[in-house]
Design a protein around this ligand. Structure first.
Ligand SMILES: Cc1ncc(COP(=O)(O)O)c(C=O)c1O
Length: 464
């Protein structure tokens, strides 16, 4: 294309109003929420970048699918349409529908993990880690060293360190490792992709030790697009074809359809192993439902079936990846420090870099996130010491990084919304030196970021 404007390959068919708020209203709302953005009413948010999970807009054809949903308990035509759509991309023998990704994880790890076992992954997403650890097994992250350096440019920062994986399997022994996982794209590592070459190498290591390979495939289409764009020899391929090659290297997968299923709810678990599938289906019936609907309504299965057809469209993926990069590049140009390179679904602001006067134990990420909300009604998510700082023994330590994630819901915001986000971030960054640190005045024993209450150190916003 000879033009540079990012062209949204859709036009708007139905609109949702955004309620405009004043800075004073937002200041009172965030104070009432204990300076925790999870406690806001979403109607008080102008641009909601808290997560890209289940927050995207569905297409006309997905809404038509919703109407067509058949709610028969067993063997519904909606199930068969879902099954066909999944298997076109992921031709695993057994497809087990679930209400979202973590339900697939819960079932799989209940079946294969347990005390004394370990699951290596490039980087476990937090629910994946929690589901592994809940069984008594160990969750081990083996991403390449480059993946841990926020400023370093590397085309595939989500790659698994295959030498460390080999060493891990050799020392632990295959019986203690029921599966190796690769997360595509690597969400907890900044939405960074994994190359096809790396997946082939991981497969070879798994074969050497006789250990199955599973994909945590939530953002598989974004990962495949990065492969097409960045990996030598892949540029002329159809994304669907790249996805099938990724699937052919694995023995199974877990999936949250709330991301690259382009749906608001849903997921699945897939595998080739008949025995494992039988055990997982028994667990599915206990908590999710009959194997032809899992935890979903027939209409949800239809929305996912259609979403999977749309997500591998090249025009969509070009727009998706380009528009995320547009936000990141514009912020970097304005001197706002961001994790490089820009990932597929989110831009990560380096709050520690921007607020050097706020020590990590005074939560620079929280301070920046609150300021973005107060100044412009933008809701991001602190990913730093608030989220990871409290240790199981009760002590508190700075996290490796203090970031604010701006996750972009799919097909939801226009370029003018994103231009507005850029303006607000630049304004907040220009006054970053004035932002206060925070202290926690109330926190639960675990996962404190969801419900903790805060107070600014400088008393500037003390509760009335
Ligand atoms: C990489 C990854 N795995 C698993 C999950 C869990 O999926 P869900 O939120 O549908 O349970 C997520 C959700 O954000 C994710 O990003």
């Amino acid at each position: 294309m000879s033009f540079h404007t990012i062209f949204e390959p859709f036009r708007i068919h139905s609109v949702e109003p955004l309620r405009m708020t004043t800075r004073d209203e937002r200041r009172s709302a965030v104070r009432a929420a204990g300076f925790n953005l999870f406690a806001l009413r979403s109607e008080d948010v102008l641009v909601d970048l808290l997560t890209d999970s289940g927050t995207g807009a569905m297409s006309r054809d997905q809404w038509a699918g919703i109407q067509r949903g058949d709610e028969s308990y067993a063997g519904s035509p909606s199930w068969f349409r879902f099954l066909e759509s999944v298997q076109v991309l992921f031709p695993f023998k057994h497809i087990i529908p679930t209400h979202q990704g973590r339900a697939a994880e819960k079932i799989l790890f209940t079946a294969i993990a347990g005390p004394g076992k370990a699951i290596p992954n490039n980087t476990h997403f937090d629910t994946t880690r929690a589901n592994v650890e809940f069984t008594g097994a160990e969750a081990v992250d083996l991403v390449i060293a480059e993946g841990l350096d926020p400023a370093l440019e590397h085309p595939f920062k989500g790659n698994m360190d295959v030498l460390r994986l080999d060493e891990f399997l050799r020392t632990r022994g295959a019986p203690a490792v029921p599966a190796v996982f690769v997360t595509i794209t690597n969400n907890s590592g900044g939405g960074q992709p994994v190359s096809l070459a790396n997946l082939h190498e991981v497969r070879e290591v798994c074969d050497r030790y006789g250990v199955p390979l599973f994909l945590d495939a939530c953002r598989f289409a974004e990962n495949a697009w990065f492969i097409r764009e960045r990996e030598p020899g892949q540029h002329d391929r159809d994304v669907a074809d790249i996805v099938r090659e990724m699937a052919s290297l694995a023995d199974g997968m877990t999936m949250s359809a709330k991301k690259d299923g382009l749906a608001n709810i849903g997921g699945w678990l897939a595998m080739n192993d008949d025995d494992l599938a039988a055990r997982c289906r028994s667990l599915l019936i206990l908590t999710e439902g009959f194997p032809t609907y899992g935890g979903l309504a027939g209409r949800d299965l239809e929305a996912i079936a259609q979403g999977l057809r749309e997500v591998v469209d090249h025009d969509y993926l070009r727009y998706r990846i380009r528009s995320t990069a547009y936000l990141g590049e514009a912020l970097a140009r304005r001197g706002v420090p961001v994790v490089q390179p820009i990932g597929g679904h989110a831009v990560y602001l380096d709050a520690r870099g921007l607020l050097p006067h706020v020590p990590p134990l005074h939560y620079p990420g929280q301070s920046l996130a609150v300021a973005l909300y107060e100044v412009g009604g933008i809701r991001g998510c602190e990913i730093g010491t608030v989220m990871f700082g409290r240790k199981p023994d009760g002590s508190e330590e700075p996290a490796a990084m203090d970031l604010v994630r701006l996750a972009i819901p799919r097909r939801t915001y226009t370029q003018s919304h994103i231009d507005y986000v850029i303006e607000v971030c630049a304004d907040v960054a220009a006054h970053a030196g004035d932002l206060p640190g925070y202290r926690i005045i109330e926190e639960p024993p675990a996962l404190r970021h969801f419900t903790a209450r805060f107070e600014p150190d400088d008393g500037s916003h003390s509760p009335d």
